[in-house]
Structure formats: C-alpha cells, structure tokens
Design a protein around this ligand. Structure first.
Ligand SMILES: Cc1ncc(C[n+]2csc(CCOP(=O)(O)OP(=O)(O)O)c2C)c(N)n1
Ligand SMILES: [Mg+2]
Length: 256
C-alpha cells in the first residue's frame, strides 16, 4: 500500500473515530490527517508515540481519534505534562498538539521555557486565531482589528508572531505553514518529528464558525482561499516592501 494515503492512515485511528466533532470547514481535520500522513511516510512505530493535548477543539485532534497513547490534559498545560512524560520515558516520541489559546495564551509560559531548555518534544500549534471551542474569544494570535466575541468592534491589540517568538526563545526547529499548504506542511511535520531538541510548528487553521463568519470569510472555501492569497514564503517575502507585507503572513522554516 502506498504510504501516506487515506487508506494507509486509517490504521492509526480508533474505531468509531468518525465523525469527528469538528465543524464543517474546520481546518483541524486537515491537520489531523497531515500528522498521520507524516507518521506513515516516516514508517514510525505508532505505539512509541505519545500525544498530549489540552482542552479546546485542537485538543481533539489526537484524542480520542489517534489509536495510540494520548493524554488529554488541562487547558494550557500540555507542554508541562509532555515534559514530565518525556523525562519519565525518554524513549517515547512525545508530540503536543493544541490550539493558540492552549499553547500560546494560558500555556505561553510553558511554551517559551520548554523552547529555552530545548526539551526534546514536538509542539504543533493549530492556530485558528481564536478560542474556537468556547465561543470565539480573542487570543494572543488574533490579528489587530479582527472581530471576535470579546472584541466586537475589532481587536485593539497586536498579535504574537508565534513562530518568531518560539524561535527567539531558543527552539531548534521552527516552521509555520497552513492547512492550505498541505504538502510542505507534511514535509515539515516529518522534519519536526525527526528533530532532536525542541521542534515547533505553527499551523494556520481555519475556523469559519467562530472566526470567519465575523470577519467576512464565512465559507470554508473562502477561508482556504485567503490562506492561499495571504501567505508568502520567507524567500518571496525578502522581495516585498514593508507595505506589501503588511497584510501577509510569512510561511516556511524559521529555524532548521
Ligand atoms: C484553566 C482553564 N481555563 C479556561 C478554560 C476554558 N477553555 C477551554 S478551551 C478554551 C480555549 C480554546 O481555544 P484554543 O486553545 O485556541 O483551541 P480551539 O478551540 O480554538 O482549537 C478555553 C478558554 C478551561 N477549560 N480551563
Ligand atoms: Mg484556537
């Protein structure tokens, strides 16, 4: 069987995994598949992987779907739990999957210190720019002026550039892609999983339900189109002026 195909990755999901709890058009399902495709292509022993996630829609990517050990822990604390698990059993490949709230808001301190210590973990942040599960509140990655349930007239605050924050904190593999850029995303997940040290992947995900409908991108296709249009590679960004880059998101490998 060809590696990384839908038929081949079904072996990694638990019976009764489908339907997932994700809304129609949620990008987290694409990420859920991309991670399994990367694992399948690498021919990793799935039983030697541990997935740790907190509370939020993104926390459901591994749990209850992935058919190996999963720790579904408190909101904001998956990096802390993962650190403990890795210390206890260094043989495990430990992967944290969480949302921008889980990883960068309440969990922000754990994130930067794990990066600083270069702990041998992979952290994948499904960044949909919002607290999706709890009603669409603003997060530290919500773009300035974006409308959320807690910023109905537009977010007055600047967002974190998450990938660059984690790079500055000391992570030794850092990349950002989106659920539109599936092939480079899978390639990057493979690198992150094989990396020794702290690897961090920011994955821009779509949330038509809580983010898109408040920000003139109500359809799943429209949200994917904006990811296609608004993301530029690091190489292309070097040729653009500050004005041209103002509304763009830079994707690629920041530390490798
Ligand atoms: C300690 C604690 N604070 C707050 C909450 C409520 N809560 C649950 S999920 C969540 C945010 C989810 O957003 P995110 O992590 O971005 O995941 P998404 O649903 O967007 O994928 C919040 C605030 C909680 N469960 N526990
Ligand atoms: Mg979120």
């Amino acid at each position: 069987m060809n590696r990384g195909t839908t038929a081949s990755i079904l072996q990694y999901v638990r019976p009764k995994a489908f339907p997932t709890p994700f809304c129609a058009g949620c990008g987290h399902g694409i990420l859920m598949g991309a991670i399994l495709r990367a694992i399948d292509q690498l021919e990793l022993d799935f039983s030697r992987l541990l997935f740790v996630s907190g509370i939020g829609c993104a926390g459901w990517i591994p749990s209850p779907h992935y058919n190996t050990d999963t720790l579904h822990v408190t909101h904001g604390r998956p990096v802390a739990f993962a650190t403990g698990a890795k210390l206890f059993n260094p043989e495990l490949t430990v992967v944290v999957i969480g949302g921008d709230g889980d990883i960068a808001s309440i969990g922000g301190n754990h994130l930067i210190h794990a990066a600083r210590r270069n702990i041998n973990l992979t952290v994948i942040c499904a960044n949909n720019l919002i607290y999706g599960m709890t009603g669409g509140q603003v997060t530290p990655t919500t773009p300035r002026a974006a409308r959320t349930s807690t910023t109905p007239t537009g977010n007055p605050e600047p967002p974190f550039d998450l990938a660059r924050l984690v790079a500055a904190a000391g992570a030794t593999y850092v990349a950002r892609y989106s659920v539109w850029h599936v092939r480079p995303l899978i390639a990057s997940i493979k690198k992150a999983l094989q990396h020794t040290g702290f690897s961090f992947l920011e994955v821009l995900s779509t949330c038509p339900t809580q983010f898109g409908r408040r920000n003139e991108q109500p359809t799943p296709a429209g949200m994917l189109r904006s990811l296609k249009q608004n993301c530029v590679t690091i190489q292309r960004a070097r040729e653009l002026s500050a004005a041209e880059l103002a509304r763009k998101t830079i994707i690629g490998e920041f530390v490798s």
